[in-house]
Design a protein around this ligand. Structure first.
Ligand SMILES: [Fe+2]
Ligand SMILES: [Fe+2]
Length: 349
């Protein structure tokens, strides 16, 4: 029997306790525990390598249409669930991570699930993600944040595996939680008709969640445009290489994440790689602030930068001009450039 909405929301409250998370193989540390350790840093262990495929890095097709949708319907503080988004502009962000442990064991994490259901179904089929989901070969669906281009394609994942372990920030709004239960919002054109039946983990800010040796998730609580709250990112400690940061949109700011990683994790003095949207200049405005972020990123001396999604083309051009180690792509499957890791491209850290 399906759960009532009240039962569902009541149960949600229990999905963030350390005891419950342990049933999904997740270990929790507080940042205070780290400070109490001899080095002042948290040891999350090590992994051998991290392979990431961009299933779809395009959040939407056209910036102007997206900006009009927002500004014509109340602006950046309006809830995303109350904006009549242009359906044909939707695409979505989603990547597949395969972590290899030192003993060879693989952990697969689908990071985000896109937006447009038809587009996500097409990309899942082209990359074999649908089959992997049906065969339960993906361990976690990890939602970085509640934004439409990362979360509203949920049905495309759940129709293949409605029981996949799912990790979301504990800061979701009720609409986002209700969406999990199976819901259709007519005005914003958001639909998930497959009720989620798996183990849900709500990841609380202020904790370090260890998912596997060398793999940690951290959730940050702060307001983000079109009224969402909170975002989480993944941190990997790759043996003999260093820390790799994986983001969805990086609304928190890549400099903040780099600083956080260097201060928090053992091995944090060696930052090796970045993957994902860096939200430096998503709408191609190229402000002095964006230019400064790109310049300051150089201080961290990353060895591989696989930036895509909302980073901004001008920001990536500038990274290349400054000689940063930007990982290039093939420009296939609807990607707009070969200058960065696009749809169907893979990067290994
Ligand atoms: Fe995004
Ligand atoms: Fe976002």
């Amino acid at each position: 029997m399906e759960k009532s909405r009240r039962e569902f929301l009541r149960d949600i409250a229990f999905y963030s306790s350390a005891t419950y998370l342990a049933t999904l193989g997740i270990q929790s540390f507080s940042t205070r525990e780290a400070q109490a350790s001899s080095t002042g840093k948290i040891d999350i262990g090590e992994c051998k390598s991290v392979k990431i495929k961009a299933v779809s890095e395009l959040g939407w097709w056209d910036n102007k249409t997206l900006i009009h949708d927002i500004m014509d319907h109340g602006g950046i503080h309006k809830s995303q669930w109350e904006i009549p988004w242009t359906p044909k502009n939707a695409a979505g962000s989603c990547s597949l991570i395969e972590v290899t442990a030192l003993d060879g064991k693989k952990t697969r994490i689908l990071i985000d699930t896109g937006w447009n259901l038809d587009w996500m179904r097409k990309r899942f089929k082209e990359e074999g993600i649908d089959r992997m989901l049906r065969e339960h070969k993906i361990d976690y669906l990890y939602i970085t944040h509640e934004h439409l281009d990362h979360y509203w394609g949920l049905e495309a994942t759940l129709e293949n595996d409605p029981t996949i372990n799912m990790l979301i920030p504990s800061t979701f709004y009720p609409e986002g939680l209700h969406f999990l239960q199976g819901a259709q919002y007519l005005l914003p054109h958001a639909k998930n008709l497959i009720p989620y039946k798996g183990k849900l983990a709500q990841m609380k800010p202020g904790k370090i969640h260890k998912l596997a040796p060398g793999v940690a998730s951290v959730t940050f609580d702060f307001p983000i445009i079109v009224r969402i709250k909170g975002e989480q990112s993944l941190f990997f400690n790759v043996k003999d290489k260093g820390i790799v940061i994986v983001t969805g949109c990086c609304h928190r700011g890549i400099l903040n994440l780099a600083e956080f990683a260097s201060k928090t994790f053992k091995n944090g003095d060696t930052l090796y790689g970045i993957y994902g949207g860096l939200h430096i200049d998503p709408f191609e405005k190229w402000t002095p602030k964006a230019q400064k972020v790109v310049k300051d990123l150089g201080k961290y001396n990353f060895k591989k930068i696989a930036a895509n999604h909302c980073t901004g083309h001008k920001a990536i051009h500038q990274m290349i001009a400054l000689g940063y180690p930007v990982v290039r792509g093939s420009g296939k499957h609807g990607s707009k450039s070969k200058e960065y890791v696009g749809n169907g491209d893979t990067v290994v850290f």
